[in-house]
Design a protein around this ligand. Structure first.
Ligand code: ZN
Length: 490
C-alpha cells in the first residue's frame, strides 16, 4: 500500500501513483498541508531563529491504534521507520547549521489531547544518537507546543503593556509639570512688569526657565521611548499572531542546538568490538580519519576444518550459522548479504590491522565441561550445501564490489579487491578434489584491511545541512572536508 508523502499514513487502496512523484491524501492536499504552511508562517513571525524546518507525522502510528492487529502493528513499524529517517535528517541539518527549529505537525491530533509521551518515546532515543559531543539532551533539544508559545507571548505582552503604562504615566506627569511651570513663568512676567525693580524676579525667572527646558527635554525623551515600546509591541506580540498560535495545539516545536562538530545521521560504516560490530561515534570517526593509519595488506590462505574447532568469535572473527537446508547458490549468497549483514562486517573488518574473517556455516553454542556448573561455548560446524564454488565466489565478490564505497583518508574513491573467498570441506583429504564438485562446505570470507574508509552503501555517509528553507545532503567530498578540515575535537 502507498503512503502519503505528507502525513505518512496509508493512502486508500487504488490510489494511482506516478513514478518519482509524491502522492497525498485528498485531506492532506486540501486541509493539512495548507494548515502546516499557515502554522509555519505564524511561527516564522514570532521566531528570531533563521532556520525553521517542518514535517508531519500522523498520530495513528505515533500513538498506535486503540485496537491493533498484527498486520497493523507491522505496518506501524514501517511507517515509524520512514518518519524516523525524516526526523533525523531534519535534526542533523539543524545541528550542522548552528541551530534552529523543527515544526512537527501531528496530523489527526485531537484539540483536547495534552499527552506528549508518545512522541517522546518515538523520538528521544533517536535524537540522543545525534548528541556525541557530551552535551545533555535537555541542553540540545527543547520541545514545546506551538499553542504554548501564545501563553509566553501573553505574559510578554502583559509585561510590555506594564512598561508602556509606566512611561505614559511619567509622560502625563511631566506634561502637567511643564504646564504649571509655564503658568508660573507667565505670572512672574506679569508681576515683573507691574512692579518696579523687576530684577528682583530675574534670578527666579532664570531658574524657572532652566527647569522648563529640562522638562521639555524629558517629555521629548519619554515620547520617544513610548513610541519605541509601542513599535516593539506591534512587531513582537501582534494581536493576530497571538490569536493564531493559540489554535495550533497539533504542532510541536522542537528546538535543536548546533553541534560542536559535524553530526552524521548515519555514517554507513561500522567498527568491530569483541563479537559484534557497532556504529562509530562522530569523534571516533573523526579521529580515525585524522590518524590516517597505513595498513599492510595480508595474504590469507584459508582455514582447515581442524583450525575451526579452536577458533572463537572475536574482534576479527564472525560466525554465522546456517539452518536452511538445500538452497540455490544465489539464495545462499543473498542470505549472507541481506540477513547476515556481510557488507557491514566487511566495512568493520577493513579497520582492523589484520582485517577479519566472516564464516557461514558455523554456530557458537553453549556447553558445560565435565558436569561443571559454569557455561562456556563450543563451535558447531554446520556446513553449507554448495553447487558451484565458482558461482558462489563470483557472486560474493561482485556483491561486495558493487555494494561498497571505498575512499582513502582524503575522500578520494579508490578500488580494492577487499575479499578473498575460501571453501572449507568436511574432510581434509577432500581439499584437493573438492574444488569443482558440489558438496557441503564452510564458506570463509577474508576481508583485507584498507588504508582509508569503507562504507557499506555506495552513496557513502548521510549528513545534512540547512540551505535556505530546505535540507541539503553533504556530498561525499563535502563530508570528508567537513570532518577533516572543519571539525575540532574537544
Ligand atoms: Zn496524508
Amino acid at each position: 500500500m502507498l503512503l502519503c508523502s505528507y502525513c505518512g499514513e496509508d493512502l486508500p487502496s487504488g490510489t494511482k501513483s506516478v513514478q518519482g512523484e509524491k502522492t497525498y491524501h485528498e485531506e492532506c492536499i486540501n486541509l493539512n498541508i495548507p494548515r502546516g504552511q499557515e502554522a509555519l508562517e505564524t511561527f516564522r513571525n514570532i521566531s528570531t531563529q533563521s532556520n525553521v524546518l517542518c514535517m508531519a507525522i500522523h498520530v495513528n502510528y505515533i500513538h498506535g491504534l486503540a485496537q491493533e492487529n498484527r498486520e497493523q502493528n507491522k505496518r506501524k513499524k514501517e511507517k515509524r521507520a520512514i518518519k524516523t529517517k525524516e526526523l533525523l535528517k531534519n535534526a542533523t541539518a539543524l545541528r550542522n547549521s548552528n541551530s534552529g527549529h523543527l515544526l512537527i505537525h501531528f496530523v489527526g491530533r485531537e484539540k483536547e489531547d495534552t499527552f506528549t509521551g508518545a512522541f517522546d518515546e518515538f523520538a528521544d532515543d533517536k535524537l540522543q544518537t545525534l548528541i556525541q559531543d557530551g552535551s545533555l539532551f535537555t541542553d540540545v533539544y527543547t520541545k514545546r507546543f506551538l499553542s504554548d508559545y501564545a501563553i509566553d507571548l501573553d505574559k510578554l505582552q502583559k509585561k510590555q503593556h506594564g512598561v508602556l503604562e509606566e512611561i505614559s504615566g511619567k509622560l502625563e506627569k511631566k506634561t502637567k509639570e511643564h504646564q504649571s511651570q509655564q503658568e508660573q513663568l507667565a505670572k512672574l512676567d506679569l508681576k515683573a512688569n507691574e512692579t518696579l525693580g523687576g530684577e528682583l524676579f530675574e534670578e527666579i525667572r532664570k531658574i524657572l526657565k532652566q527647569k522648563i527646558v529640562e522638562t521639555s527635554k524629558e517629555i521629548e525623551r519619554l515620547k520617544n521611548s513610548k513610541l519605541r515600546e509601542e513599535r516593539k509591541l506591534s512587531v513582537c506580540v501582534d494581536k493576530d499572531t497571538l490569536k493564531d498560535t493559540h489554535q495550533y495545539k497539533d504542532f510541536l516545536v522542537l528546538y535543536v542546538e548546533g553541534g560542536v562538530y559535524l553530526t552524521t545521521s548515519d555514517s554507513k560504516t561500522k567498527i568491530a568490538l569483541d563479537e559484534r560490530i557497532i556504529r562509530p561515534s562522530d569523534p571516533t570517526l573523526i579521529t580515525f580519519l585524522k590518524n590516517r593509519t597505513q595498513f599492510k595488506s595480508v595474504h590469507p590462505s584459508g582455514h582447515t576444518l581442524q583450525d575451526l574447532t579452536r577458533l572463537h568469535e572475536s574482534i576479527s572473527v564472525q560466525f554465522k550459522g546456517y539452518f536452511k537446508g538445500k538452497e540455490t547458490d544465489e539464495k545462499i549468497v543473498r542470505f549472507m548479504f541481506d540477513d547476515h549483514k556481510l557488507l557491514e562486517y566487511v566495512s568493520a573488518f577493513t579497520k582492523n590491522t589484520d582485517g577479519g574473517t566472516y564464516f557461514l556455516g558455523i554456530a557458537e553454542k553453549d556447553r558445560s565441561f565435565n558436569g561443571r556448573l559454569y557455561k562456556s561455548r563450543f563451535v558447531e560446524i554446520q556446513q553449507v550445501p554448495i553447487n558451484s564454488q565458482q558461482t558462489v565466489e563470483a557472486k560474493i565478490k561482485e556483491g561486495v564490489s558493487k555494494g561498497v564505497l571505498i575512499c582513502d583518508y582524503d575522500g578520494h574513491k579508490i578500488q580494492n579487491g577487499l575479499v578473498d573467498v575460501f571453501f572449507i570441506p568436511r574432510d581434509s583429504d577432500m581439499q584437493s578434489t573438492a574444488a569443482k564438485v558440489p558438496g557441503d562446505f564452510v564458506i570463509e570470507i577474508h576481508v583485507q584491511p584498507v588504508s582509508g574508509i569503507v562504507f557499506y552503501d555506495t552513496q557513502g555517509p548521510l549528513a545534512y545541512r540547512v540551505e535556505g528553507d530546505t535540507v541539503t545532503a553533504y556530498s561525499v567530498e563535502e563530508w570528508f572536508h567537513a570532518v577533516i578540515v572543519n571539525s575540532v575535537v574537544r
